[in-house]
Design a protein around this ligand. Structure first.
Ligand SMILES: Nc1ncnc2c1ncn2[C@@H]1O[C@H](COP(=O)(O)OP(=O)(O)OP(=O)(O)O)[C@@H](O)[C@H]1O
Length: 815
C-alpha cells in the first residue's frame, strides 16, 4: 500500500455517524499528551440515527507500553451494539520508565448491519505520549522559540558583494577580477600573504554580517534597558540573552556601543568587564553614568573583536618579512639522529614514537616542520611532550613554545609537560578574556593568573621560562611584547589540524628563526578541522590547515616505496586509549582498519562486567531515545530534554556503582559528556546541578562540552548526546556543518574519547539517514543479533507518522 495524505485522511475520518473523541483535543486523528504516567479515555460515540456494531479494536503494531481495556471486552465474536445517541469508553493505560515519545495507533472496526451484510468500516486514532520526568519539566523551554529573522543580506555572495561592504576595513571588492584570479590560484610562496589576507577579509566580512543580527533594535526588541550593578555602582548590566552560547560572541575585554534614545546621537563605548549567563557587565565613561536613570532606553550595537583577525593578518605579513618560505613550503635533506633514553619509558616500546622523538631532538627535518600525525589516542600529544622534555634536558639554551588552538588542548599539553618537570621552568599564559574560574587547579601556580584576573609579566621575565604554553592566538602577545625571533628554539603546535593556517602562523611568524628553529606540528586531519564562517573563504581554501596542506602537497611528507620518511614525518597507529569495541567503527570507517588496539588491558576492560551493560564484555551502549529537538526564546541552538534525562540516568548509575562488584572508583574528572549544540551543553549543566544535589557530590570537574572542546581529550567514561530527532533539521545540520548528523569529523572526535565505557544516546531513525551513523547502528544491530559486540539498548518507536508506519508493513520491518 502506498501511503498518501488522502488515503490517511480516509482512515482517520469519523464515518457512518460514529466519532471517536477524547477529553483532550484530537488533531488529524492524533491525541498528543505530555505526561509522567497516565490513563486516557477514548469515547466511541454514535451520533447517527441507526445503531452501529462495534466489532473490534486492534493496535496496528505491537504495543510496548500501552494496555487497552473496555468493560464489554469487544471482539468480533463479542460485538457491542451502540445505539443512536449512545457512547462507549475504551481505556488506554500508559506505563513506562524510559523518557521519550511513544505512539499507539489503534484501528476501530464497526459493522452497520450485523445480520445481513459483511461490510465493515474502520476508524484509526493514534495516541502520542511524551513521557517525561520532573527533571524534563525543569528543563522545558524558558520561552517559546521565536527565530530571529535573517537580515536581507545574511551571507556574502559568491561574487563577494554584500550590503556591508563599505564597513570593511579594506574594500578589496573594487579589484574584482584581479582578486578572483588570486582566490582561484593555488596557495604559493609568491602569493602567500596576499591570498591568506584576502581569505581573512572574506571571513571578516561574514563575521560582520553575522554579528549585526544582534544589534538592538531588531525584530525581537525595540530597545534595551540597563541596570546598575548591585555590587559595583560604576558598572551597568545589559541583558543579552544567548551570550553564554556565544550568540553574540562577547568576551571580557570586548567593547560594544550604546546610545540613549532621544538624547541626540552621541554614542558611548561600553567595556565588557564580565560575561554572565544572560547578561554582560559594562564599564562606561562617567558622562553616561551621570546621565543614566532607571528604565532609560538604549540602542545597542555589537561588534566583534578584530584582534584575533589582526594578529592573523600580521602573522601572514611577518611570514614574508621573516622569510619563512623554507618552513612553509619545505624541501630539505635529512641528518641522522643519535638514540636517547626517554622520560616516558612506555614510548621506548613503540618504535614510531621513539624514532619521532629522536628526529625531533636532532632537528632532522629543519627547516621543514616535523609532522606527527595519526588517528585518535595514538600518542601524538605524548610524543610531542616527550620531545619537549628531552630538548629541555639536553639542550641547555633551548626555549620552547608549546601551543594548541583551544584553551582546553593547551591546558592538557601543559598538564602533561608538568609531569617529570621542574614546575618553575613552565609558564602557562592565558588571554585576559579567559574565564579565571576555568583554570585547572594544578596549573594555577605556573600561570599568569593573579587572583581574579590575568597579569602579563615583562618580556624579560617571560624570556626566563624554558617552556611557554599558550593558545595559538595568545602567542601573538609574545610577538607584540617584543620577544625577538629566534628566542624560541623550538615551536610545537598540538591539534594543528584544528587551526586555520593563519592561526598556526601566529605562533611561528615573528618568533621563529627559519635558519635555526625547529617546528613540530601534531594532529589528525580526520578529526575536526578549522572552523570557518564564510562559505566563500572555505571554498577558496581557508578551511585547510597548515598541517593538512603540508601533508597533501609536499613529497617529503608522503610515502615513498610504501614508507614515510621518518626524518620528516611520523604516522602513529597504535591506540593506547580505548577498548577495541569503542574503536571498531571509527577504525573501519576512517582509518582503513590500520589502527591497532594497544590500550592497557586492565583499564580498558574496567567496565566490561558493568551490571548495566547488557552483553557483558562490550562496553558500548547505544541507547535509542525517541525524543524531541527543541529550541527556546531567540536562541537558534537545539536541545533535547529526553536525552538529557537518559544521560543523567546513566551518569547516576556510573557514579553509584563505583567501588562495587569489582569496579574501581571513578572521580567526576574521569567522566566527560559531549553534545553537538551549546544549548544542550547548557541544559546538561543545569541537570548536573540537580544530580550533584541528589547524590551530594561535587561534579564541578566533570567536563561537559561541545565536540570542539573535547578534541585532544580523553576520559575513562564518555557519554554522548546526539540531540537530533527531527528529520527536517538534519538537512540543515548538513548545510551549516552543525551537529553530528552528516559530519564525519565531529562523529569521529566524539566517539573516540572514551577509554573504558562509551554511552551514546540518540534517535536511530534520524541518525540512520547519515551513512556513517547508519553503519555504526546497523553494525550494532547485526552484531547484537549474533549476540556479540555493539548493543542497541532499546528500539525506538518511529518519529514518522504512525499511520504511514502501519500502512506499509515492509517499511516498518526496516526500522
Ligand atoms: N607508547 C605508549 N604506551 C602506553 N600508553 C601510551 C603510549 N603513547 C600514548 N599513550 C597513552 O595513550 C593515550 C592517548 O595519548 P595522546 O593523548 O597523546 O593521543 P593523541 O594521539 O594525541 O590523541 P588525540 O588524537 O585524541 O588528540 C594517553 O593516555 C597516553 O598516555
Amino acid at each position: 500500500v502506498k501511503w498518501n495524505r488522502k488515503y490517511c485522511d480516509l482512515f482517520i475520518a469519523d464515518k457512518n455517524g460514529i466519532s471517536i473523541t477524547s477529553d483532550s483535543p484530537i488533531e488529524n486523528g492524533k491525541l498528543s499528551l505530555c505526561v509522567q504516567n497516565t490513563e486516557v479515555l477514548l469515547t466511541v460515540k454514535n451520533v447517527g440515527a441507526e445503531p452501529v456494531y462495534f466489532i473490534s479494536y486492534t493496535p496496528l503494531y505491537k504495543l510496548q507500553y500501552f494496555t487497552l481495556l473496555d468493560e464489554h471486552k469487544v471482539t468480533k465474536t463479542n460485538p457491542l451494539a451502540i445505539q443512536a445517541g449512545d457512547s462507549y469508553e475504551i481505556k488506554v493505560d500508559f506505563r513506562c520508565t524510559t523518557v521519550g515519545f511513544y505512539e499507539a495507533a489503534l484501528a476501530f472496526e464497526f459493522k452497520p448491519d450485523l445480520q445481513h451484510s459483511t461490510a465493515t468500516f474502520t476508524i484509526v486514532r493514534s495516541v502520542e505520549v511524551h513521557f517525561i520526568t520532573s527533571l524534563g519539566i525543569e528543563l522545558a523551554p524558558t520561552a517559546p522559540f521565536r527565530p530571529q529573522p535573517l537580515l536581507a543580506c545574511a551571507s556574502v555572495s559568491s561574487n563577494g558583494f554584500c550590503s556591508e561592504v563599505s564597513t570593511l576595513p579594506i574594500c578589496f571588492f573594487c579589484f574584482g577580477s584581479f582578486r578572483r584570479v588570486l582566490l582561484e590560484s593555488p596557495l604559493r610562496w609568491m602569493n602567500y600573504a596576499e591570498k591568506l589576507k584576502l581569505l581573512l577579509h572574506l571571513e571578516e566580512c561574514q563575521m560582520e554580517v553575522d554579528i549585526k543580527k544582534y544589534n538592538i533594535p531588531n525584530n525581537e526588541r525595540e530597545h534595551a534597558t540597563m541596570e546598575l550593578d548591585r555590587n559595583n555602582r560604576n558598572l551597568l548590566v545589559l541583558e543579552v540573552p544567548g551570550v553564554s552560547e556565544n550568540r553574540p560572541s562577547v568576551l571580557r575585554g570586548d567593547n560594544l556601543t550604546v546610545w540613549p534614545i532621544g538624547k541626540g546621537y552621541k554614542k558611548y563605548r561600553g567595556y565588557v568587564h564580565n560575561v554572565e549567563l544572560d547578561s554582560v557587565k559594562l564599564g562606561f565613561a562617567a558622562e553616561l553614568l551621570n546621565l543614566f536613570v532607571k528604565n532609560m532606553k538604549f540602542h545597542v550595537e555589537f561588534s566583534f573583536n578584530r584582534l584575533t583577525l589582526c594578529v592573523q593578518h600580521r602573522a601572514a605579513e611577518l611570514a614574508i618579512s621573516h622569510r619563512l618560505g623554507n618552513v612553509l613550503f619545505p624541501a630539505a635533506p635529512a641528518n641522522s639522529p643519535q638514540p636517547t633514553e626517554l622520560f616516558d619509558s612506555k614510548l621506548e616500546k613503540n618504535q614510531e614514537q621513539y624514532e619521532a622523538v629522536q628526529h625531533i631532538i636532532a632537528g632532522s627535518s629543519k627547516p621543514a616542520p616535523y609532522l606527527v600525525f595519526g588517528p585518535p589516542g595514538t600518542g601524538k600529544t605524548v610524543t610531542m611532550v616527550e620531545a619537549i622534555k628531552q630538548i629541555e634536558k639536553t639542550q641547555g639554551s633551548c626555549r620552547i613554545l608549546a601551543c594548541a588552538p583551544s584553551n582546553s588542548a593547551a591546558d592538557l599539553l601543559c598538564q602533561k609537560i608538568m609531569e617529570h618537570m621542574d614546575k618553575r621552568k613552565v609558564y602557562r599564559m592565558y588571554a585576559k578574556s579567559f574565564n579565571t574560574t576555568c583554570v585547572p587547579e594544578e596549573l594555577k601556580a605556573c600561570s599568569n593568573l593573579a587572583g581574579d584576573y590575568f597579569q602579563f609579566p615583562l618580556k624579560e621575565k617571560l624570556m626566563e621560562y624554558k617552556i611557554m604554553v599558550t593558545t595559538l592566538i595568545t602567542a601573538g602577545r609574545l610577538v607584540t611584547g617584543g620577544i625577538p625571533p629566534g628566542h624560541f628554539t623550538h615551536i610545537f603546535v598540538d591539534e594543528a589540524g584544528h587551526a586555520v593556517e593563519t592561526e598556526c602562523l601566529i605562533s611561528l611568524a615573528g618568533l621563529l628563526c627559519p635558519e635555526t628553529g625547529q617546528v613540530v606540528l601534531a594532529g589528525d586531519p580526520k578529526q575536526l578541522g578549522p572552523i570557518i564562517r564564510s562559505t566563500f573563504a572555505l571554498k577558496y581554501g581557508l578551511g585547510v590547515s597548515l598541517l593538512e596542506r603540508l601533508m597533501t602537497n609536499f613529497s617529503v611528507y608522503q610515502k615513498k616505496d610504501g614508507k614515510f620518511n621518518n626524518h620528516f614525518v611520523t604516522k602513529l597507529l597504535r591506540n593506547y586509549r580505548s577498548h577495541p569495541a569503542i574503536l571498531k567503527i571509527p577504525n573501519e570507517m576512517f582509518y582503513d582498519n590500520e589502527l591497532l588496539c594497544c590500550a592497557d588491558e586492565y583499564l580498558r576492560n574496567s567496565y566490561c562486567s558493568w551490571e548495566h551493560l547488557p552483553p557483558k564484555g562490550f562496553p558500548v551502549i547505544f541507547h535509542a531515545v525517541n525524543g524531541k529537538d527543541e529550541r527556546e526564546a531567540s536562541s537558534p541552538s537545539f536541545f533535547n530534554r529526553d536525552e538529557v534525562e537518559v544521560l543523567m540516568g546513566y551518569l547516576k548509575k556510573v557514579l553509584q556503582t563505583q567501588g562495587k562488584k569489582g569496579h574501581g572508583t571513578i572521580s567526576p574528572k574521569d567522566i566527560g559528556i559531549i553534545a553537538p549544540y551549546r544549548k544542550q551543553v547548557q541544559k546538561i549543566r543545569q541537570a548536573l546541578c540537580k544530580v550533584a544535589k541528589d547524590l551530594k557530590m561535587d561534579l564541578k570537574w566533570l567536563k561537559v562540552g561541545c565536540v570542539e572542546e573535547f578534541q585532544g581529550q580523553e576520559r575513562k567514561v564518555v557519554l554522548v548526546s546526539t540531540v537530533r530527532s527531527n528529520p527536517n533539521y538534519a538537512e540543515m545540520d548538513k548545510k551549516f556543518s552543525l551537529g553530528f548528523v552528516k559530519n564525519e569529523k565531529r562523529f569521529n572526535v566524539a566517539l573516540t574519547r572514551a577509554k573504558a565505557l562509551l554511552i551514546v544516546v540518540g534517535n536511530p531513525m534520524i541518525l540512520k539517514s547519515d551513512a556513517t551513523w547508519d553503519r555504526y547502528i546497523s553494525c550494532g544491530l547485526l552484531s547484537s543479533t549474533h549476540n556479540t559486540e555493539l548493543h542497541i539498548k532499546e528500539r525506538s518507536e518511529t518519529a514518522e507518522s504512525v499511520v504511514q508506519q502501519h500502512l506499509d508493513p515492509e517499511w516498518r520491518n526496516d526500522l
